[in-house]
Every structure is written in C-alpha cells, then in structure tokens.
Design a protein around this ligand. Structure first.
Ligand code: DC
Length: 224
C-alpha cells in the first residue's frame, strides 16, 4: 500500500513537529516525527555504550528493537517496548543525534521503518524531518519547507522547554541549533535541503495558528 504523505522539512526548531502535529489533528491524519527515530537510536547507543558507527548502532537498533509504534495517540518512539518520548528530548541525546543521523546504514533502516509506519495508517500521515520531501517520500502529495530566523527559533525552543529566554540563553541555543543545522546540511547522505516542489514557508513573523492554517489549506485540497 502506498502512503499518502504531507512532508514537512526544515532546520532545528523551525516548528516542524508542532506544526505537523496540529495539521495532522485538523485533517484527521497521523503525525509522524521522523527525528524521534534518530533520537531513539541515539539514546539506545548512549545507554548501550555502543560505538557510534553504522554497524554498531544499526545492530543495536534492530536487536532491541528501536521502533515507532502506532498507538491510539499516534506514533510513539520505543526501545525494547518502553516508551522513550521524554528521554529522547534530553540534552545528552540532542548533542549526539546529528552524529548518529549522519550514519548512512542507519538512514537506510530508518527510511524503511518510516515508509512501513506510514503505510500502516489508513488515511495518511504528516511526516516531519530533514529529508522527507527529498529522499523518504519524494512523491509526497504536499511538501513544505519550514524556516524561521535563528534567534526566533531559539526563543520558541526555550519557551517550549519552559526555560528562560534571556539574551544569553537565546544566543547559546541559537548557536547550538546553527551548529546542528550545519552538520545536518553538510553531511554526505540526505543533507537538509529544500525539496523540488516544496513550498517555502518562513514562519518568523507568523503566529502558530497562521502557519498551521497555511498547511491545512494546502491539505484541504487533497484531503476532504
Ligand atoms: O527534528 P529533530 O531535532 O528531532 O531531529 C533530530 C536529528 O535527526 C537532527 O540532527 C536531524 C536528524 N534528522 C534527519 O537527519 N533526518 C530526518 N528525517 C529527521 C531528523
């Protein structure tokens, strides 16, 4: 079965996941956060003290297993059957995830997992990530590339985590995000880039509801 997919890609903190979740809810689709699988594989590697190589991380991810499980509330990242939604957001995972996401062997495995997960949903999915429109679903029915100013992205991320948005924290977070974007955009395999046919949406000056409305409007033309 081929999945019907709305692909939302963009840099760290551009609001992809929150937008994708809200769009999915409005259109009666499932939300699938592809970064969660890279994060879960990273957590598994750190907890298992595995070497960060394609062979080692892939073997661990397959054996535990690391997976996205479709539950009543959506796709949930699990390691050996345990929900790791909270643990994959910790700083120690965030600091190492770009390294793990650059492993070509792991990317092949993740892409297969994403395609099978999407095919499990009867209506379709809103999938967010870095290479959904370019590599995982190049034929996605709608593609969006979400961007926003670096400091604005940092501020939103800090607010989301309930942290202080003083100037120093915003600058440090913006620097960390810029470094992660640099790694994600310069890697050899599936670098972060706007897909052919993707609609560019700059959310710097958009309210959250507005950015969701824009994508929902595109989706309504396809999903009635
Ligand atoms: O969106 P996020 O911050 O949770 O993503 C975590 C990491 O995984 C980030 O370094 C980019 C990478 N990633 C990727 O390479 N391809 C995807 N489709 C999704 C995420």
């Amino acid at each position: 079965m081929t999945a019907t997919v709305i692909a939302i890609d963009g840099p760290a903190g551009s609001g992809k996941s929150t937008t994708a979740r809200a769009v999915a809810q409005r259109l009666g689709l499932a939300h699938l956060d592809s970064g969660a699988l890279y994060r879960a594989a990273t957590l598994a590697a750190l907890d298992g003290a595995a070497e960060i190589t394609g062979t080692a991380v892939l073997a661990l991810a397959k054996s535990l297993p690391v997976r996205l499980n479709l539950t009543a509330s959506g796709f949930r990242p699990e390691i050996a059957g345990v929900d790791v939604s909270a643990e994959i957001r910790t700083d120690r995972v965030t600091q190492r995830v770009s390294e793990v996401a650059a492993l070509p062997e792991l990317r092949v495995w993740v892409n297969q997992a994403l395609r099978s997960a999407a095919a499990m949903h009867p209506r379709g999915v809103v999938m967010d990530g870095r290479d959904i429109g370019t590599v995982v679903f190049p034929d996605a029915i709608i593609k969006v590339f979400l961007i926003a100013d670096g400091e604005e992205r940092a501020r939103r991320r800090l607010l989301q985590m309930g942290r202080s948005t003083d100037a120093g924290s915003v600058r440090r977070t913006a620097d960390d995000m810029a470094e992660r974007d640099r790694k994600d955009s310069s890697r050899a395999v599936a670098p972060l880039t706007q897909a052919a046919g993707a609609v560019l949406l700059d959310t710097t000056d958009l309210a959250f509801e507005e950015q969701v409305d824009r994508v929902v409007a595109m989706g309504r033309k396809v999903f009635s």
